[in-house]
Design a protein around this ligand. Structure first.
Ligand SMILES: Nc1ncnc2c1ncn2[C@@H]1O[C@H](COP(=O)(O)OP(=O)(O)OP(=O)(O)O)[C@@H](O)[C@H]1O
Length: 270
């Protein structure tokens, strides 16, 4: 862990709700009274099936969704809906890595140009472009290429480097491995964890896959129908799930060879 982690901000979410208006007077409560903290340097997994509210919660943390109840603050600064570009300084300290790096990277700009833009936000002395690429295991020559010239996994590495270039205090991965081949998923998840640890950032890693989250997270939150139904140290939730829903999530993970529940997610090389 890097120096100064203890001085980094904590994310506090208290009784957070987000409701969407669906028209015809109907409403959908996508996030329903959720409370949790992400302490400096912590790696927290947020798991749950599709539609349970994970992305809505991630967007709310970034100030991109108005809350219908509760409060989120980051280092004491309330998170409000100001839009990504107009976020106040403390919210620039929260960076998202999205599911689809192709959509989140600018196709018309080189990797170097995109990393340079992010470096300008860094509050201290930002790593160089070459250092950023090295941190995500890409060669320095990647700097002068465009997003379409990379594979999906490589593009996600670029997206991680771009987030890290800003010097974030909190990284959020919103299903960052969901669009990747199974063989790559553990590698990219582990990379995000390593990069967060090396830079002193905390990490909220969102996935529907508890087996991958288990590889990287100290603590896990299990979300079901908008609520956090279970939370605790990852190994405790994995080995002794208290809630029927968590047991169902675990049962849905294929058993590889009788040695454990991890299928294709094990290889970390390459
Ligand atoms: N802008 C929106 N307007 C109306 N309903 C929405 C909106 N965004 C999400 N929802 C609904 O809110 C619920 C939670 O969606 P959300 O995307 O947060 O779930 P999720 O757990 O991230 O799912 P996935 O893993 O498939 O991305 C879903 O029922 C979804 O249809």
């Amino acid at each position: 862990m890097v120096d100064g982690v203890a001085q980094r901000p904590t994310l506090h979410a208290r009784d957070v709700s987000v409701t969407y208006k669906l028209g015809m007077g109907k409403r959908l409560t996508a996030v329903d009274g959720v409370s949790f903290d992400v302490e400096p340097g912590a790696v927290v997994g947020l798991v749950g099936e599709s539609g349970c509210g994970k992305s809505t919660l991630a967007r709310a943390i970034c100030g991109l969704e108005p809350l219908s109840g509760g409060a989120i603050d980051f280092g004491g600064e309330p998170v409000t809906r100001l839009g990504f570009a107009r976020r106040p300084r403390p919210l620039l300290r929260i960076q998202m890595v999205f599911q689809n790096p192709y959509a989140s990277l600018n196709p018309r700009r080189t990797v170097r140009a995109q990393l340079e833009d992010s470096r300008r936000i860094h509050p201290g002395s930002a790593p160089t472009v070459a250092q950023l690429l090295d941190q995500v295991d890409l060669p320095a020559s990647a700097a002068d290429r465009y997003p379409h010239e990379f594979s999906g996994g490589q593009r996600q590495r670029v997206a991680i480097a771009r987030a890290v270039a800003t010097g974030p205090d909190l990284l959020i991965g919103d299903e960052p491995i969901a669009s990747l081949d199974a063989s790559l998923q553990a590698r990219i998840a582990t990379l995000m964890q390593t990069v967060a640890r090396e830079t002193g950032s905390s990490l909220l890693f969102i996935s529907h896959d508890l087996a991958v989250v288990r590889l990287i997270a100290d603590r896990v939150l299990v979300m079901y129908q908008g609520k956090v139904v279970e939370s605790g140290p990852t190994e405790q939730v994995w080995n002794h799930p208290a809630q029927p829903y968590t047991r169902r999530l675990l049962a849905a993970i294929p058993v590889a060879d009788g040695l454990g529940r991890l299928p294709e997610v094990l290889p970390l090389d390459g």
